[in-house]
Design a protein around this ligand. Structure first.
Ligand code: HEM
Ligand code: HEM
Length: 189
């Protein structure tokens, strides 16, 4: 009797799907709440804890960071990701796109904390949690390397453009190419 190898899964496992969709919603809501003119408001003496958009933006951003670390750990442990048949260039492009999305999911929270720390602004989260000063960042050389608030805002815009392209590609796969790419990230058997 010959044993045939197990068929490759056609969907991501439920935990990968859950983490993907919770992260996607958190990123989009955080983007919509991205605080405009933050530096000016701080110079005018505003306590960011009094602004629910800022508190929600920062809390969702921290959630995205924590979920991304958990996801990356899960990527090492989970069953192999599904592999839908497609042209080699398309596969390479999808992998590159995912790579940049992973980098942005980590880079956005990191640049935000660098911005707050280097400018001496508090990090204010839901539940009244706050960190008023981050001397380890303020006193480090990295604080002077860039206007981290500008870098963060730029990366936030880039993330939304790239996530939009990524979502559009998933829809083209579903509607035009009629392959299983979008279904692989949706629940079902
Ligand atoms: C999913 C992650 C995030 C996205 C997509 C995102 C997106 C953005 C965008 C687009 C802006 C610019 C808003 C504008 O000028 O109109 C912004 C500003 C800002 N974000 Fe985030 N953000 C994220 C995570 C975070 C986190 C984790 C924090 C805090 C720890 C944070 C704190 C801030 C602050 C303080 C500003 C104002 C920066 C400045 O102008 O100096 N963000 N964000
Ligand atoms: C901010 C929003 C989003 C981010 C940051 C994001 C990020 C990612 C990442 C990092 C992966 C790889 C997942 C893994 O290996 O576990 C992925 C896969 C996937 N995403 Fe998203 N995504 C977003 C929104 C969306 C939306 C709106 C759709 C659909 C309309 C979508 C459809 C998919 C599909 C179908 C896959 C699997 C495709 C493949 O393996 O090539 N994503 N996404």
């Amino acid at each position: 009797m010959t044993l045939s190898p197990p068929l490759p899964a056609s969907r991501y496992d439920p935990l990968s799907q859950l983490l993907h969709w919770v992260t996607a919603v958190a990123v989009v809501v955080a983007f919509a709440l991205g605080p405009e003119r933050f530096g000016r408001l701080m110079r005018e003496g505003l306590d960011p804890a009094t602004r629910s958009d800022i508190v929600w933006h920062e809390s969702l951003g921290v959630l995205v960071f924590v979920l991304t670390l958990l996801r990356l750990l899960w990527v090492l442990l989970r069953p192999a990701a599904p592999r839908v048949e497609m042209a080699r260039w398309m596969h390479a492009l999808a992998r590159a796109g995912h790579g940049v999305l992973w980098l942005l999911l980590l880079g956005l929270p990191v640049t935000a904390v660098l911005a707050l720390g280097s400018e001496g602004h508090p990090l204010t989260l839901l539940g009244g949690l706050r960190i008023d000063r981050m001397p380890a960042i303020a006193d480090a050389a990295v604080a002077g390397w860039a206007d981290w608030g500008e870098v963060h805002g730029f990366l936030g815009d880039l993330m939304i453009w790239l996530a939009g392209l990524h979502a559009a590609a998933a829809i083209v796969h579903h509607v035009v190419l009629k392959d299983g790419v979008l279904r692989s990230m949706l629940p079902g058997r």
